[in-house]
Design a protein around this ligand. Structure first.
Ligand SMILES: [Zn+2]
Ligand SMILES: [Zn+2]
Length: 207
């Protein structure tokens, strides 16, 4: 048994580290036991959250880490990670002028990804290009044919959040994204980039 604070090893039969006054754990690399005095800590802004169930810091969005305070020093009970809460889909609309509600029937997916930072960047680019778009959150219960092939509940059947545009703007949107200097593309297939015509270009201007 080990002390989660001083990491000291104890013989069988001990349940507490008398020096640190906490209960011992079986495995320091994976502390499953509830440690006396533990709380959730944001290791970004050093805010403590006691007796509350939270995954991410409400202030900065960073994933919280289990910790205890010992001699005015935080001791982590698990590896802190630089992982942020996904952005609220509603929140994303606020600062975009070209965020519109697009009906599913008229929606064409520009990008579907787990990478929310990338999705946000795509929205910024479309917004700058004055192309109307919409953000669709992931669906837990997909209605697509994938569901029937792989069966309900399969991880493959789960959709990712995505950015969509109106069908009329599809070619323009894909062109802008594919040619954007900042994004070294995630392989938009050639055939998608061949617009039916070239008049889609008049819808936007670089400035
Ligand atoms: Zn100890
Ligand atoms: Zn924080």
């Amino acid at each position: 048994m080990f002390c989660p604070i001083c990491k000291g090893e104890f013989r069988e039969g001990f349940t507490e580290c008398t020096g640190c006054q906490v209960n011992l754990v079986a495995n320091l690399d994976n502390i499953t036991e509830k440690i006396k005095g533990e709380f959730l800590l944001c290791h970004g802004c050093e805010r403590e959250f006691h007796d509350i169930e939270l995954d991410h810091c409400p202030g900065c969005g960073l994933k919280l880490v289990r910790a205890v305070l010992h001699d005015d020093t935080y001791v982590f009970l698990e590896e802190p990670v630089m992982e942020f809460a996904p952005e609220e889909p509603e929140g994303a609309c606020d600062h975009f002028d070209y965020f519109v509600d697009i009906d599913d029937a008229d929606a064409v997916v520009v990008l579907e990804s787990e990478d929310l930072a990338l999705l946000t960047r795509i929205q910024e680019i479309l917004n700058e290009a004055k192309i109307s778009f919409c953000f669709k959150p992931a669906e837990d219960t997909p209605s697509t044919s994938l569901g029937s092939i792989f069966g309900v509940g399969s991880p493959l059947a789960r959709s990712f959040p995505r950015v969509v545009v109106q069908r009329a703007n599809e070619a323009a949107a894909l062109n802008i994204i594919a040619n954007h200097p900042e994004l070294d593309l995630f392989g938009v297939p050639e055939e998608l980039l061949e617009g039916e015509d070239d008049e889609s270009e008049e819808g936007y201007e670089e400035d």
